[in-house]
Design a binder for this molecule. Structure first.
Ligand code: HEC
Length: 148
């Protein structure tokens, strides 16, 4: 029993080590630059949405949220090779956070169409939480305060 427990620990450690070798650091320069571009694009979008929320500009919120939902790293600007590279290099956890982030952007767009103030606030907060969650897990080289 003790022995098999030890084996499980070793296997888990090996899995974790493989997972941590993957990540944005292992992407090619071009693909990593595209990711950074996309990040700056969504940051700008989030700033805009913040202003739209406080002013009740629902049409604009829906437009920007849809834009964020449709674009991001699986954007049309990626070549097939880059898409394959991203899938091969980014850990499963990253892909899942990316998916949740996109789902939240879709929900925000929908909430804006319904002019639902509470839902809009909740979805926006959820998206912001996912920025921080992903950065503090997968972008600690770029944002090194998260590495402590
Ligand atoms: C699924 C993961 C993930 C999510 C979600 C995410 N990011 Fe990022 N972001 C990253 C990674 C990884 C980097 C670092 C890229 C690197 O080091 O090359 C990054 C870098 C950035 C940068 C720096 C780009 C540059 O100029 O180098 C900005 C700005 C940014 N993100 C904004 C955001 C905002 C705003 C959100 C939420 C609305 C967000 N990100 C959500 C993964 C994510």
């Amino acid at each position: 029993m003790k022995k098999s427990f030890g084996i499980i620990i070793v296997l888990t450690a090996m899995l974790l080590a493989t997972e941590s070798q993957k990540g944005v650091e292992s992407l090619s320069g071009g693909t990593r630059a595209l990711l950074a571009d996309e990040m700056r694009h969504i940051e700008k979008g989030m700033h805009g949405i913040f202003s739209n929320i406080v002013k009740g500009e629902y049409d604009q919120i829906a437009k920007t949220a849809t834009d964020i939902h449709d674009s991001f790293i699986f954007a049309k600007s990626l070549t097939d090779a880059q898409r394959t590279e991203l899938k091969a290099n980014l850990p499963q956890g990253f892909i899942e956070l990316d998916r949740s982030f996109h789902a939240a952007a879709g929900q925000l767009s929908e909430a804006a169409e319904f002019e639902d103030k509470n839902e809009i606030e909740q979805n926006f907060a959820q998206m912001m939480g996912l920025c921080v969650k992903c950065h503090s897990t997968y972008a600690t080289q770029r944002f090194d305060t998260f590495s402590e």
